[in-house]
Design a protein around this ligand. Structure first.
Ligand SMILES: O=C[C@H](O)COP(=O)(O)O
Length: 249
């Protein structure tokens, strides 16, 4: 098994403003003292460029990109635009976009391919609904999303998978270590089956109500290589302890 360096990525969603960038600076100051963990924050597009100036070495990312290089797509942002603003990473296929913007697996794969072509790290999100889990179809749903959403090739380290059960996002309901272990194990098996040894190098993040008080237990689960953090990434006071827990795991 490969040793995979942990990645803690914050997703600010549609939150934040210029004043809130002080939280990124404070996180960067603290993270400088924490060894062995990669840290990223994905603010809204408008804050990427100013965030980079406050990032003190933290990776700044985008929350989405368009699959096309340019063109008549009002309101959208391309991968090259996000990169020019200073993003080094992009989240694609978040369940909120799959639901609100009706993004399909094929859309997500196309976005990931465009991001990778521009040298951005792509975090591809998958995750089941509460109904899928109740029907015991959760593993099959996620395997299907992986099959349809992941590109065929990437540079080492630039493809990341985030497993986020939809029912755990922003709800305070966290999947149990057993639930997380079952799914991360199934994701790892699917990655290795499709990509061989390379599939063992892909980091798999857990997301869904990760907080300081549950982070250590989550990072103790096999095949959990970090976290995609929403609400708790908005302040350094809540985000830094999660980074510390990853370093200690
Ligand atoms: O992208 C992050 C996730 O959707 C998790 O959000 P949350 O930590 O607020 O539950």
């Amino acid at each position: 098994m490969h040793l995979r360096r942990k990645l803690i990525a914050g997703n600010w969603k549609m939150n934040g403003n210029l004043a809130a960038l002080a939280e990124i600076a404070a996180t960067a100051d603290a993270a400088r003292e924490i060894a062995g963990v990669d840290v990223a924050i994905c603010p809204p597009f408008t804050l990427i460029a100013p965030a980079v100036t406050r990032s003190g070495g933290l990776v700044i990312g985008a929350q989405d990109c368009h699959a096309a290089e340019s063109g008549a797509h009002t309101g959208c942002v391309s991968a090259s635009m996000a990169k020019e603003a200073g993003a080094r990473l992009v989240i694609v296929g978040h369940s909120e976009r799959r639901a609100d913007q009706h993004e399909s697996d094929a859309d997500v794969r196309a976005k990931a391919e465009t991001a990778l072509r521009h040298g951005l790290t792509a975090i591809v999100c998958v995750g089941e609904s509460e109904g899928d889990r109740a029907a015991r179809g959760h593993v099959a749903v996620v395997e299907r999303q992986l099959a349809g959403s992941l590109p065929d090739s990437w540079e080492e380290g630039e493809l990341v998978v985030a497993y986020e059960p939809i029912w755990a996002i922003g709800t305070g309901k966290v999947a149990t270590p057993a639930d997380i272990g079952e799914m991360h194990g199934a994701i790892r098996a699917a990655l290795v089956q499709r990509f061989g040894d390379l599939g063992d190098r892909i980091r798999i993040l857990y997301g869904g109500s990760v907080k300081a008080d549950n982070a250590a237990a989550i990072f103790g689960v096999a095949n959990v290589d970090g976290a995609l953090v929403g609400g708790a990434s908005l302040t350094a006071a809540q985000f830094v302890p999660i980074i510390e827990a990853a370093a200690a795991s």
